[in-house]
Design a protein around this ligand. Structure first.
Ligand SMILES: [Zn+2]
Length: 317
């Protein structure tokens, strides 16, 4: 019997960084320069953002679904005193896919640096810093019954599944993008190889309006794919033929990491963006479609299930 969990780095214990790392860059929307350090944190902290540029005594924002305060073009979290951090999703995806449960992210601006518009630079920095196991057991969310949200032609749902899985599809009127779909089990290796390098994208016809509204001020051809007249403007072209759906997949990993625990279930998203991804988590936690248990226990249930299936198949053969 092949053991899915043995082939992933889903550790039974919580994990944090072995060492800190620092990076510098600009915020995609604010255009502000930012220095960001990510440091190890103690067990059961989760991912915590600290705004060291604000004088308010409460400068900490927990990266959790119920702290999401804005989802227009990026995911923003805020604490009770209105201290906010925006565009957290690409970093959250990198931390989540690298198996980091606990970390503290210290910034001197209200937005995470955009780097190259993907998660790849963060993945590299995390790999260099290293990952260490902690003593506390890792708790996971197991999906027992389907739960979902829809909005116009978009939908997002979780279905019961023996292993973590994501299935994302998009449908754009622009011919360059059109319909694209990516369906993959969620493992660190697959995320790094198939998803991490996919960049954010935007349309030239929207750019002026966005900048006028104070958005996309830090965007450039070094941190986003720009599309004009159904063509990619960037000289280097695309990193993957279907880079657009891969980026939406990446965004979903980052947004859903705000569940605060790994989810053992299948995410199915169709045209799902930051807003709907967050709505799904709100719907999930308001429902009784899930159960929290140690990953070790979820794994044992999975092994029993697979053995039962195999016994049934060999009996009927
Ligand atoms: Zn994104």
């Amino acid at each position: 019997m092949s053991d899915f969990f043995a082939n992933t780095d889903l550790s039974f214990k919580q994990q944090t960084l072995a060492d800190s790392f620092v990076c510098m860059g600009r915020g995609l929307h604010t255009g502000l320069r930012v220095v960001m350090s990510v440091i190890p944190a103690e067990e059961n902290t989760g991912i915590e953002f600290v705004r060291r540029d604000v004088t308010h005594t409460d400068n900490v924002v927990l990266a959790r679904w119920d702290k999401v305060s804005d989802t227009e073009l990026s995911t923003t979290i805020s604490n009770a005193n209105g201290i906010r951090v925006s565009t957290i999703e690409h970093l959250m995806a990198a931390l989540n896919a690298s198996g980091i449960d606990n970390a503290r992210v210290i910034l001197d601006a209200p937005e995470v640096p955009i780097m190259d518009g993907s998660s790849a630079p963060f993945i590299e920095l995390i790999h260099k810093a290293g990952v260490v196991q902690q003593r506390a057991e890792r708790q996971v969310i197991v999906i027992n019954r389907p739960v979902g949200v829809t909005e116009n032609k978009a939908s997002a749902s979780y279905l019961p599944s023996a292993v973590p899985w994501l299935d994302m599809s998009i449908d754009f009127s622009q011919r360059l993008i059109g319909r694209q779909r990516l369906s993959l089990p969620f493992t660190s290796q697959l995320f790094c190889e198939e998803v991490a390098g996919a960049r954010t994208f935007g349309f030239e016809e929207h750019l002026m309006e966005l900048k006028r509204r104070g958005l996309a001020r830090g965007s450039s051809l070094d941190n986003a794919i720009l599309i004009a007249n159904d063509r990619v403007v960037n000289r280097e072209g695309l990193r993957y033929a279907d880079e657009f759906v891969r980026h939406k997949f990446l965004d979903a990993v980052g947004d859903l990491a705000l569940a605060g625990h790994y989810v053992i279930g299948q995410f199915k998203g169709h045209r799902s963006g930051h807003r709907l991804n967050n709505q799904l988590l709100r719907e999930l936690f308001a429902s009784n479609c899930w159960e929290m248990m140690p990953l070790r226990q979820a794994h044992d249930i999975w092994v029993d299930f697979m053995q039962e299936q195999e016994a049934r198949i060999s009996k009927s053969a």
